[in-house]
Ligand binder design. Structure first.
Ligand SMILES: Cc1cc2nc3c(=O)[nH]c(=O)nc-3n(C[C@H](O)[C@H](O)[C@H](O)COP(=O)(O)OP(=O)(O)OC[C@H]3O[C@@H](n4cnc5c(N)ncnc54)[C@H](O)[C@@H]3O)c2cc1C
Length: 419
């Protein structure tokens, strides 16, 4: 197993800053992530949910305090609940149609490019249900008000978002993270094959013939095998030199896919001061560079809030540098929590766009029609060269659960192939 970095884990990354655990990549698993739950259980790790307490919502310049940390601003009336339910059904049907009817999807690309916020206003009637619909989707897509397109949201719901979990009454997101960090699961899995992992080994190309494959590395090594499983994200996988060359449609499909951009950022305070006033540390804002935060304080640790610069914001903040990002994060916090957020702190972040062995993230955005027409095909092998990873998964695409499912499927296919 050739791994370019000097560590295993890829987009799951843990570091220690002043003794505090910082998880800069994949961290949360949700109720539908069955295989991740099973692996965590087998590894004997413990899960914990987001911090209990009130959620702060900043909307149109004013800050509201909800009684739950679930993303629901208040209890909906029966009429509003029915309205929300209808909106979810409409949304789900539409999402299914984009997959089942590629001709319709291709013909309606302009309509699918409308802002998700506009679709919500037209299809969900009551302001409270509109708000809950938008805030639940914002927590996974980035702020709906910032111009997320309907087509992207539908594609995410087909592949990654568990809508039932998002909207479950009183349940909200039901996210869980591993106490002590997700990297422990990676270490547990890597320990089982440690003697076969070659770190610091950058793969540059793969040639294949009827006899098998030869994997070429930057160090000049040639690794021979019967099959190869490429687990790089598609936009990096296609940069390898293939002989014979991959079919053109693969390049076309990936060219029309935006890898996504994410900088995961942390503000570390001496203590989790928000808890003293009954707050969960979660916020959801309709403006500002950071619009959602979570409390990821470890037991007895300093207070830690995390948030994500995403999409176009991440691209411009990547160029501005860490000091500007720190100011932007703290400004976003102060706009919601008040000046207390400006107290002494340490700031750290990780820019995945700048990392040569990721070059993007959090989840890719396939251009309308691409996923339904070519997406699933991307996971098909090319002779003895197989592909797997989060972006090849039919379900939970872009998430750890998707990576595990896709990897296992391809491992089974290879086992069948080589008998
Ligand atoms: C900020 C952030 C937050 C996230 N949050 C969540 C979350 O809360 N929940 C969730 O489920 N998912 C989350 N994700 C997504 C999740 O981390 C990924 O979907 C998942 O880890 C991808 O796994 P993978 O094995 O497909 O790809 P990767 O982890 O990217 O693995 C690819 C591997 O290939 C290696 N590689 C690259 N190029 C070469 C080369 N030329 N030669 C050899 N090796 C190479 C890389 O070093 C890496 O180890 C998040 C991601 C980010 C960045």
């Amino acid at each position: 197993m050739a791994e370019a970095r000097d560590r295993v884990g890829g987009r799951v990354l843990a570091t220690q800053i002043d003794g505090q655990l910082i998880e800069s990549g994949g961290q949360w698993i949700s109720p539908g992530n069955e295989q991740m739950h099973e692996l965590v259980r087998q590894a004997g790790l413990e899960l914990v949910g987001p911090r209990e307490g009130s959620l702060l919502i900043r909307s149109q310049g004013s800050v509201m305090r909800s009684q739950q940390s679930s993303g629901h601003s208040r209890t909906l009336s029966p009429f509003e609940t029915a309205d929300l339910g209808q909106g979810v059904v409409r949304f789900r049907r539409l999402a299914e149609r984009t997959v089942s009817d590629p001709t319709w999807t291709a013909a309606n690309q302009t309509w699918l490019a409308q802002p998700l916020s506009r679709w919500i206003k037209t299809n969900v009637r009551t302001p409270a249900a509109q708000h809950d619909f938008a805030s639940a989707l914002s927590s996974v897509l980035g702020a709906v008000s910032s111009g997320v397109e309907l087509g992207d949201a539908l594609q995410a719901s087909n592949t990654g978002i568990d809508l039932e979990a998002l909207f479950a009454v009183g349940g909200g997101l039901k996210l869980r993270r591993v106490v002590g960090g997700m990297h422990q699961l990676i270490d547990h899995l890597a320990d089982q094959v440690s003697e076969r992992i070659q770190l610091d080994t950058v793969v540059t190309g793969i040639s294949h013939s009827d006899d098998g494959v030869v994997v070429h590395t930057a160090g000049g090594e040639q690794i021979e095998a019967r099959t190869a499983l490429v687990t790089l994200p598609p936009w990096l996988a296609l940069q390898l030199d293939y002989s014979p060359q991959l079919p053109e449609w693969r390049y076309e499909a990936v060219k029309r896919t935006t890898p996504g951009a994410a900088i995961k950022a942390f503000v570390i305070y001496e203590r989790p001061w928000w808890r003293e006033s009954g707050l969960s540390g979660q916020m959801s804002a309709d403006e500002g560079t950071i619009r959602t935060t979570f409390d990821v304080t470890e037991p007895d640790g300093p207070g830690v809030l995390t948030g994500l610069f995403g999409g176009a914001e991440a691209v411009s903040m990547s160029a501005l540098g860490s000091a500007a990002r720190e100011r932007a994060f703290v400004d976003s916090l102060a706009a919601v929590f008040g000046p207390i957020a400006r107290q002494q702190h340490t700031y750290v972040d990780y820019d995945w766009l700048a990392d040569p062995f990721t070059r993007g993230c959090h989840t890719p955005h396939f251009a309308p029609g691409i996923w339904s027409m070519n997406g699933q095909q991307l996971a098909e092998p090319y002779g003895p060269v197989h592909f797997a990873g989060a972006e090849y998964a039919g379900k939970f695409n872009g998430y750890m659960e998707g990576a595990i499912r896709s990897g296992r499927e391809e491992a089974k296919a290879i086992a069948r192939e080589i008998g």
